[in-house]
Design a protein around this ligand. Structure first.
Ligand SMILES: [Mn+2]
Length: 320
């Protein structure tokens, strides 16, 4: 990693870590691990969240270091964005991010815009957690079991439990080293993957009902309106992972989840199976991501957004 980046961390006395908005296991896990490691060296550290930590991840060590922007307006000596492809993913915290005298961006999204003073972007890493792991090693920080739990969470969630194509031998070597700190993998896996709520299950049921196939069954589309969320009592974070249901269908290449955040703001999650680069589709709508997993936020009415997306994806499905 760049010397300047390491030095910026070493010299900063107060550091704020920024995971992306709608933070997932990688964003939260890598942020909490880094926060715990820096705190141990005596630095003042906070994790600036856009939203509260999703219930699934609240058990993670270090979650007490998470704060909301409204609770703390202190300008820190260094701001570090993790797992964040562009400033739009910093959402309402974007302006504050750039107020620090030094900024760092550590990420693995291929579409990363390198918006910070120091940028470490490695699209070959399966997760940002792995990049934080390497950073801690390079800085000679000892990774304890609490940090390992967070980093393992980052890796295991972004690889879909070591199932996705981003999983490499290095990913497994890193995971092995994390496990050797003595963390209970069965307990962790159960908390992360086998711990649904009845409300989320009801939302999943509804999502399956609403799923439609297009383009000779190559494209799965699920539209979740505010009405659907309200009728099931589900929260925004309960939509996490629903896009994978469409992709799991035999023969489907692209799955898209279209979620109404408000009447005029639509969040889109994209997944592909073997050949469509969904980061290109997301980028065409101002978003970004990875080849097999990407997302974007589109202004407009949900029915129009759905039509635009289907038209764009249609072309990509043909180019095989
Ligand atoms: Mn990630």
């Amino acid at each position: 990693m760049e010397k300047g980046l390491i030095k910026a961390i070493e010299t900063a006395e107060s550091i704020a870590i920024f995971p992306h908005t709608s933070a997932d296991g990688d964003a939260i896990g890598s942020s909490l691990a880094l926060a715990l490691a820096l705190k141990k060296t005596g630095k003042k550290v906070i994790v600036y969240m856009e939203e509260s930590i999703p219930d699934t991840y609240k058990f993670l060590p270090g979650s007490e270091l998470a704060v909301f922007i409204s609770e703390n307006d202190d300008i820190m000596g260094l701001n570090i964005a993790l797992d964040t492809g562009d400033t739009a993913r910093l959402a309402s915290r974007a302006a504050l991010f750039f107020k620090a005298p030094a900024t760092i961006n550590i990420d693995h999204h291929i579409t990363n815009t390198k918006f910070a003073q120091y940028n470490h972007v490695d699209a070959s890493a399966a997760s940002t957690g792995e990049l934080v792991f390497l950073l801690l090693k390079e800085m000679n920080y000892e990774i304890d079991a609490d940090m390992a739990k967070c980093l393992y969470t980052a890796i295991v969630t972004d690889t879909g439990g070591f199932k996705y194509g981003n999983t490499t031998a290095e990913t497994h070597r890193t995971a092995a080293e994390l496990l050797s700190t003595g963390i209970d993998v069965a307990d962790l896996s159960q908390k992360l993957f086998d711990n649904t709520t009845f409300v989320k299950l009801k939302l999943t049921q509804k999502a399956i009902e609403l799923l439609e196939l297009y383009e000779n069954d190559l494209l799965a589309v699920t539209v979740i309106t505010q009405d659907v969320l309200q009728s099931t009592g589900a929260k925004d974070e309960d939509c996490d992972g629903l896009v994978n249901i469409g992709r799991s269908i035999e023969g489907v290449e692209v799955s898209v989840l279209i979620k109404e955040k408000s009447t005029n703001e639509i969040r889109v999650n994209l997944r592909s199976k073997t050949y469509v680069d969904v980061s290109e589709i997301a980028a065409a709508f101002g978003g970004g991501g990875h080849k097999r997993a990407a997302g974007c936020t589109i202004k407009g009415r949900i029915t129009d957004v759905k039509e635009q997306l289907i038209n764009t994806i249609k072309d990509k499905l043909k180019r095989r």
